[in-house]
Write a protein that binds this ligand. Structure first.
Ligand SMILES: [Zn+2]
Length: 263
């Protein structure tokens, strides 16, 4: 019996790199106590595979959105398509959406317009959002004031404590992932040691965001156990307390209560 029941609140299990061993990997994760996975959308052309995979696996929950790092794939008509997909499929969130000003190749105005259209849909469908934000926290916080979504998750949060407090007031939780395993990420580690336990989520962002010592390898949700132990050590908390709290936080945020697979 695994010691904890934990949820990978952000991973891309639908990506091609998992095609060869997806089912075996999911079952292995279950045996380790990683009972559930939130799998976000990134582009219109990827949704149908994602929807099928989530429909075939009770422990995978679907989110639908247009990711800011895939700008060259998005068409203006994708917003209308997203509206229909949210109508037809049981998404637990609109995501992964946001602003990426780190990647200078994508025009800021186009990103903002795509992002705000999706915030409008989240309000219309009364869903939380999954945010991808790089070098743009203040811009995103400004837009959340104009588009008051019901809350959500800031995936792989890397902002400061002041920004965290603003997100918190708007009903946002924070995803801790592989970056906290790097000693050089001292600012992020410091923020995660201070955040309230009620606002923490565990994530791997698999297959991306490799842990320290695993650069160049495929990241998998199995690494969620290392994220848990690293975060517990950083915060001086028991793993069991952190596991229980982050699982409850994730269930509450994404309304998963009737969806979790019993262990
Ligand atoms: Zn992601």
């Amino acid at each position: 019996m695994p010691t904890h029941t934990i949820i990978d609140s952000h991973c891309h299990l639908d990506f091609e790199v998992f095609d060869a061993d997806r089912q075996a990997l999911i079952e292995h994760c279950h045996s380790l106590g990683i009972s559930h996975f939130i799998v976000p959308g990134v582009s219109h052309r990827q949704w149908s595979k994602l929807i099928t995979i989530c429909a075939d696996n009770l422990s995978l929950d679907l989110a639908l959105g247009l990711h800011p790092m895939f700008m060259e794939q998005h068409q203006p008509s994708d917003i209308e398509a997203l509206k229909w997909a949210l109508t037809d499929y049981p998404a637990v969130a609109v995501g992964e959406i946001g602003l990426d000003f780190y990647d200078k190749s994508h025009d800021k105005t186009t990103q903002i317009s795509l992002f705000t259209s999706q915030l409008e849909l989240a309000i219309e469908f009364d869903l939380p959002v999954i945010l991808h934000v790089r070098k743009a926290h203040d811009e995103v916080l400004k837009l959340l004031k104009q588009y008051p979504v019901k809350g959500g998750m800031v995936h792989a949060f890397s902002g400061n404590m002041q920004q965290a407090e603003h997100y918190q007031k708007r009903g946002f939780l924070f995803g801790a992932g592989g970056s906290i395993t790097y000693p050089r990420a001292s600012k992020t580690r410091d923020v995660f040691s201070q955040l309230a336990i009620e606002s923490l989520l565990l994530e791997t962002d698999s297959p991306d965001m490799p842990l320290k010592g695993q650069q160049g390898q495929r990241n998998t949700p199995k690494n969620l156990l290392t994220v848990l132990s690293t975060l517990a050590e950083l915060r001086g908390e028991e793993e069991s307390a952190l596991a229980a709290a982050s699982t409850a936080n994730c269930q509450r945020l994404f309304n998963l209560n009737d969806r979790l697979v019993p262990q």
